[in-house]
Each structure stands twice: as C-alpha cells, then as structure tokens.
Design a protein around this ligand. Structure first.
Ligand code: ZN
Length: 58
C-alpha cells in the first residue's frame, strides 16, 4: 500500500483496518467506501484530519 498523504511506500499495517506511514507519521483507517486520514497529536491521540474516497487496490 502507498501512503495516501505522501505517496511513500513505508506504510505498515497497525490494526484490523489501520495503517501507519512512518515517513509522514500519518495513519489511515479503512472504512466502508472511504479512507480516513489521521495524524498523531502531542498527546499521541489520533486526530482526524480528513476523509477521502476509498482508493482501489489497497
Ligand atoms: Zn505518508
């Protein structure tokens, strides 16, 4: 899988439908019909950034 934010390939699976990009420190959650992009805030909580349409071939 390629990062939806920076297009880097350093994306690892961190949960059932969660992925994390170690290049730009963004995380993604796969949901029905969409992908939600998160970034970790100072308290290491997931902060929702935006939702994007689901991309094929994930
Ligand atoms: Zn990235």
């Amino acid at each position: 899988m390629i990062c939806l934010h920076c297009n880097n390939k350093s994306v690892e699976k961190i949960g059932m439908r969660r992925y994390y990009c170690s290049n730009c420190c963004h995380a993604f959650e796969e949901k029905v019909g969409e992908m939600i992009l998160y970034i970790l805030d100072k308290d290491e909580k997931y902060q929702k950034v935006y939702t994007i349409a689901k991309v094929k071939n994930l």
